[in-house]
Design a binder for this molecule. Structure first.
Ligand code: ADP
Ligand code: MG
Ligand code: ZN
Length: 481
């Protein structure tokens, strides 16, 4: 008999505000342990928190981008628990009145579009970090108080592929909204996976939660592992216990950490040290009007306006820096043809150069004016493809001046007919035999003669013109140019 998988996600995104959620300490990653701390985020008794307005602004951006309704009067709550990475022994979070509710994100699933409902998005503070070695455990509170948004979905996913598509789109959204750097290896985006299985048509099964997954690959593996584990237990007549599990990516297995009955354990209560947040319509309208165009919206627009393929559009929107480059080129282009050429350039040659230089998209700096000039050169037939590629590389690596480079290297194609005619005549004269074979019907030999003529002309040879002149000369026609 078959089983159905049900998955719900809780995703944590660390916000890239400059300061922490309730104090002025920096949010920057790393640093000497316990140097980004003050009495507020170190949890000293009596220190009072003050909400960073920017955190609310970022939450509104995400909430509106994910079609949520905004809680205009929202509050913070204390989630009490003791853990050495949380010096206050409580986390300030939102339980009763989260800032965003009831949104959705549409994903491309196996059988077409699917809506994943977002139950809520709430604001909270991050905890510190522990590191353990054989002899001691060390605490670093630098991360305490870094603002987080927790995005909670309804249990709407049916398999690992849907989860990954959703997470990729969410990641892209966070990046385009410029609110999170999404460096999964630094933990700025991490997901908890809630998963249960059931027979089709039955009520929801008992779920487990696999915590803090921070790579897409590991997430997909952990999901497939957990599905199988639960089905095996149930088919053997066993029961699933509701528990938190930890995934071990090296072993490819997970193990139970603690069983979890319900959220009451945390003895939530309204946070008495913070005022409620009042969000008026003006604020919401302003954020809404200033939402940037998101990656998927750009893809649709590129495909519609420039007839760029879906694949190319995805490469271009894979990072904001890349799509920014494409758009600044497209803006400088005089025709759709040149815009399409820009798309080829960005998704092809530029990506290739970045890869071979081991450059991350966020580090790409290149002069769009120079690339735009080159696009004009190649689309107007002033330089050939090989010279185009060569010059693009020089702009990429040395910020070369394309016009100067083209002039210095003699890359400009000769539209001087006299030079082409002379070269062709010289080649035919020097290769009488080949010319005769061609005239006798051995058409293949044309390529050889063409190559010789191009070589004679150097990099500036305009292949189309050379071909035309060569054909005319060989076929004995009078060249009228
Ligand atoms: P908790 O308070 O324990 O974190 P929540 O009610 O907040 O639990 O739900 C957490 C996540 O678990 C949500 O994403 C939700 O969609 C998902 N979820 C809830 N019940 C199930 C279930 N039976 N199977 C799979 N996912 C579930
Ligand atoms: Mg939860
Ligand atoms: Zn602080």
């Amino acid at each position: 008999m078959n089983w159905e998988t049900v998955i719900g996600l809780e995703v944590h995104a660390e916000l890239s505000t400059r300061s922490k959620i309730f104090c002025g300490c920096t949010t920057s990653y790393g640093g000497e342990p316990n140097t980004h701390v003050c009495p507020v985020c170190a949890g000293m008794p009596g220190a009072l928190p003050v909400l960073n307005r920017e955190v609310v602004e970022y939450a509104l951006r995400l909430g509106l981008a994910l079609n949520c309704s905004i809680t205009k009067y929202c509050k913070f709550d204390r989630k009490n628990y003791f853990y050495p990475d949380l010096p206050k022994a409580y986390q300030v979070s939102q339980l009763y009145m989260p800032i965003c509710r009831d949104g959705f994100m549409e994903i491309d699933a196996e059988n077409g579009k699917k809506k994943i409902r977002i139950r809520e998005i709430h604001m909270e503070e991050d905890a510190g970090k522990l590191s353990h070695n054989a002899h001691s455990s060390q605490m670093d509170f630098n991360r305490c108080g870094v603002p987080l948004l927790e995005i909670v979905s309804h249990p709407d996913f049916s398999n690992a592929a849907e989860v990954i598509v959703f997470l990729e789109k969410l990641r892209e959204t966070l990046l385009y909204l410029d609110i999170c750097d999404c460096k999964m290896q630094e933990g700025s985006m991490r997901a908890d996976i809630n998963l249960s299985v059931r027979r089709p048509g039955e009520e929801l099964g008992v779920r487990t939660e696999t915590k803090n997954m921070n790579s897409f690959k590991a997430i997909a593996r952990a999901i497939d592992y957990e599905i199988e584990r639960q089905i095996d237990i149930l088919e053997d007549g066993g029961k699933i216990i509701q528990e938190t599990r930890r995934w071990d990516d090296e072993k490819g297995t997970s193990s139970g950490m603690r069983s979890k009955e319900n959220a009451q354990d945390y003895r939530y209560f309204p946070e008495p040290d913070l005022l409620p947040v009042q969000i008026d319509d003006e604020w919401i309208t302003r954020v809404k009007e200033n939402l940037p165009e998101l990656a998927y919206q750009k893809r649709e627009r590129y495909m519609r306006d420039y007839r760029i393929s879906a694949d190319e559009a995805s490469v271009i929107t894979s990072h904001k820096n890349i799509s920014d480059l494409f758009e600044s080129l497209a803006r400088r282009c005089a025709s759709v043809n040149q815009a399409v050429e820009s798309a080829h350039l960005v998704s092809g040659e530029i990506m290739r150069l970045m890869n071979s230089a081991n450059m991350l998209p966020e580090d790409l700096i290149i002069d769009a004016d120079k690339l735009a000039a080159l696009i004009v050169f190649v689309t107007e037939g002033k330089i050939n493809r090989a010279s185009f590629k060569e010059t693009v590389e020089k702009v990429f690596t040395n910020n070369a001046d394309p016009e100067k480079y083209i002039a210095e290297k003699g890359l400009l194609m000769l539209s001087d007919d006299k030079a082409v005619k002379d070269a062709v005549e010289k080649i035919i004269a020097a290769n009488e035999d080949s010319a005769a074979q061609y005239r006798a019907g051995k058409e293949k030999i044309f390529g050889f003669l063409m190559g010789m003529a191009m070589k004679e002309l150097g990099k500036g040879g305009n292949p189309e013109l050379v071909k035309k002149v060569l054909q005319e000369k060989l076929n004995g026609k009078k060249t009228e140019l």
